[in-house]
Design a protein around this ligand. Structure first.
Ligand SMILES: Nc1ncnc2c1ncn2[C@@H]1O[C@H](COP(=O)(O)OP(=O)(O)O)[C@@H](O)[C@H]1O
Ligand SMILES: [Mg+2]
Length: 281
């Protein structure tokens, strides 16, 4: 993504060198990703929402010096949205490549975020791309494209949201190398919250301790457990001067539940864990 950003100097667009997207590795995920990519194997990233999958892919694309094309999948996504379609331009009909086709032609990394959100009839087009053929059939054009060197396919999904209907087909899964993500261990997560929210070590540590406590709950009534993302959001509010408790209620408790009694339970936990007047209050 970053490698593609351009700056305008004296009216001319120039590609600028960008710093690596901030990503702290947790295990051997970087080695596995790079090995699989170099071997032309597709990748399946599994893990809960907000645990760093997208940031990880951005960092990998940067390290591998590949352009990254990301598609956020949803259940209205059609094959045409991925592959391309004919559009009317003036009185001419022109073919416009979709993001997957662009990645195949340009040798970019195509990242399909939350792929199980997409319908199976949409994702069948991935099969010949994901295996040794590395081909993209474009029915509407009557052509089959060979993926350019450098093309990589990466999909992510949250196993917690998996439904039988939306499950990836085994034949697709077996063509992929899987990397499992969880939330980072506390010391790593503290560093991430500090960096991303711009808070001090103490605030980051308190937020992470609270996040861990929520994760230990058996998520009764919670839509999701507290992700690294919501801890960062709370930290950002603290960085703006909000007291810890207000920040945690707004950025952690609020998004995690709509249920009044569960919300009260979380508020009580916030009072226990984050009521330290030395921090923020
Ligand atoms: N290992 C990590 N290194 C750096 N930042 C991380 C890491 N894990 C999570 N984050 C932070 O958490 C946020 C959410 O992560 P993201 O990659 O968007 O999650 P996902 O794609 O899994 O839903 C990121 O924007 C980043 O700020
Ligand atoms: Mg993501």
């Amino acid at each position: 993504m970053d490698a593609e950003r351009v700056a305008h100097r004296n009216g001319a667009a120039v590609v600028t060198e960008h710093a690596r997207p901030y990503y702290t590795s947790v295990g051997n995920e970087e080695t596995v990703f790079k090995a699989a990519y170099r071997q032309g194997l597709s990748l399946l990233l599994k893990g809960p929402t907000g645990c760093g999958k997208t940031r990880f892919v951005e960092a990998m694309a940067h390290d591998l010096e590949r352009k990254l094309i990301t598609v956020a999948c949803h259940d209205d996504l059609t094959t045409a949205d991925l592959v391309g379609r004919f559009l009317l331009r003036g009185d001419e009909t022109v073919w416009v490549d979709g993001p997957l086709t662009r990645a195949v032609r340009e040798g970019a990394i195509c990242y399909l975020d939350e792929v199980v959100e997409a319908r199976q009839d949409t994702t069948v087009v991935l099969h010949p791309l994901a295996d040794y053929r590395r081909q993209l059939p474009i029915e509407r054009l009557g052509v089959t494209l060979d993926a350019a060197p450098g093309f990589g396919l990466v999909v992510s999904y949250n196993p917690g949201y998996q439904s039988v209907l939306k499950d990836l087909k085994d034949s697709t899964r077996q063509r992929m190398v899987a990397i499992e993500f969880g939330f980072p261990p506390p010391d790593v997560e503290e560093g991430i919250v500090r960096h991303e929210a711009g808070v001090d070590a103490r605030v980051a540590a308190d937020l992470v301790t609270f996040g861990q406590a929520i994760r230990r709950l058996e998520t009764g009534g919670l839509r999701e457990v507290a992700s690294t993302r919501v801890l960062i959001a709370a930290g950002r509010l603290v960085a703006e001067g909000l007291p810890m408790r207000d920040a945690a209620r707004a950025a952690i408790a609020g998004p995690l539940t709509d249920d009044a009694s569960v919300g009260r339970g979380l508020a009580e936990m916030i009072d226990v864990y984050l009521a330290n007047p030395a921090v923020g209050d």
